[in-house]
Design a protein around this ligand. Structure first.
Ligand SMILES: Cc1ncc(COP(=O)(O)O)c(C=O)c1O
Length: 402
């Protein structure tokens, strides 16, 4: 007798990236020289987790009664206002925005799937994507359809993007798109202004035909070169579409474990906006109920208390510089090696294209270099590699990836 229904009977018990990280940690503990480029968290050059000290202080300073109490189901209003102002301040989107607190950006992605698609329908994203997008779809009885990420010249494949949206719209009469930009995981790519303009025009045309929701996953925004100008390309879209943001405190505030996040939904029509807000709160009640209260209060203060904010921004600037130095070291070392990878100018990850990613990753692993194989590529988490190890990492990639 099967205790579990078929769809749950043979789930993989371990996330493959966490399993690779465990193996790398074990080999390092046994005395081997290991380069571990699997971890999706920013590490200091000494291998410890990079943490913003003033955020830790802000968390400690949340009054006990506030931290211990349930947060409102939709989330702490001051947190919502602070995030909306920080993300969208100065744009027309800010006045059309409602928010719902979620456990990390992951929770925001989950709510977008459940609100904007019917069961059995498909969301659209790029062919290179963060693996949990697929898990979230599967777990929520949705599916995933991809467009080809890169054209042969290395730019976004806009023809495939348009075609995939068209076909999906015709098939199911509704669209939900996940765009992870800037600093896409896993490729490291950030769209150019020209690409954003083209994407916006295609989406605007689609949104006149079928109900459309465009979600921008901004998990890595705080580490991008340009954190503001992409918003202008989204402003025209609210004429017909919902513009959503999966906001995460994990990377921006180096608080991965506090599970601080929000879904921001920008909807022009006030009635539809209220309906969206209600549906978000309802979805929260039906999943995790409410989210970490202390985390929301602390981040709200980090964003609104001028002195504290200046401290947090200064500390984050040091981390951005740490990461940027690794990115520059990677690009410098890779020049002339023949390694094929997308334009990479910032962010936690880069992806090196490979004909046989599995075999390439195995060869790297045999040399003590841990990366994450994906279909057609190797994901390299530079965020977790010491700056001094980057040249050796690139040499190993050049010799092992084909
Ligand atoms: C592309 C992308 N989106 C969203 C997230 C969500 O992270 P969290 O749930 O910790 O906020 C991550 C985390 O690794 C990510 O890589």
């Amino acid at each position: 007798m099967n205790l579990l229904p078929d769809r749950n009977a043979s789930r993989p018990g371990d996330d493959p990236i966490f399993a690779l990280n465990r193996e790398a940690t074990q080999r390092r503990a046994a005395g081997e020289k290991v380069i571990n480029a699997t971890v999706g968290a920013l590490l200091e050059d000494d291998g410890s987790l990079a943490v913003l000290p003033s955020v830790v202080t802000a968390l400690r300073e949340v009054p006990a009664q506030k931290a211990a109490a349930y947060a409102p189901i939709a989330g702490v209003p001051e947190f919502h206002q602070a995030v909306i102002r920080d993300l969208l301040g100065g744009t027309s989107l800010a006045d059309q925005a409602v928010a719902c607190s979620t456990p990390g950006g992951t929770g925001a992605l989950r709510h977008a799937l459940s609100l904007f698609l019917d069961p059995g329908q498909s969301m659209v994203t790029s062919s290179f994507y963060w693996g949990p997008y697929g898990t979230l779809c599967d777990e929520n009885n949705r599916t995933l359809t991809t467009f080809n990420t890169f054209a042969p010249d290395g730019t976004l494949d806009l023809a495939s993007f348009e075609r995939t949206l068209d076909e999906t719209a015709q098939k199911q009469g509704r669209l939900l798109l996940f765009l992870n930009d800037p600093c896409h995981n896993p490729t490291g790519y950030s769209m150019s202004h020209a690409e954003w303009t083209a994407v916006s025009n295609i989406l605007h045309a689609q949104s006149k035909r079928v109900p459309t929701a465009v979600l921008v996953d901004v998990a890595y925004l705080a580490y991008a070169r340009d954190t503001k100008s992409f918003r202008a390309h989204l402003e025209p879209l609210t004429e017909h579409a919902a513009v959503l943001f999966a906001w995460s405190g994990s990377k921006a505030f180096t608080q991965y474990g506090q599970r601080i996040g929000a879904l921001i939904a920008c909807v022009a029509d006030p009635k539809a906006r209220t309906a969206t807000q209600n549906a978000l709160a309802y979805a929260s009640r039906g999943t995790w109920s409410n989210c970490n209260a202390a985390g929301q209060h602390a981040v709200a203060r980090c964003l609104t208390d001028a002195a504290l904010r200046a401290q947090v921004d200064g500390e984050r600037e040091r981390l951005r510089a740490l990461l940027d130095a690794r990115v520059t070291a990677f690009n410098t070392a890779a020049a002339g090696t023949g390694l094929r990878y997308p334009r990479y100018d910032g962010g936690f990850f880069v992806t090196v294209f490979a004909r046989d990613a599995k075999a390439s990753a195995e060869r790297l692993k045999a040399r003590g270099v841990f990366t994450v194989p994906q279909p057609g590529a190797i994901r390299v988490a530079l965020c977790s590699v010491a700056g001094a190890d980057v040249p050796a990492l690139v040499t190993a990639l050049a010799e092992c990836v084909d």
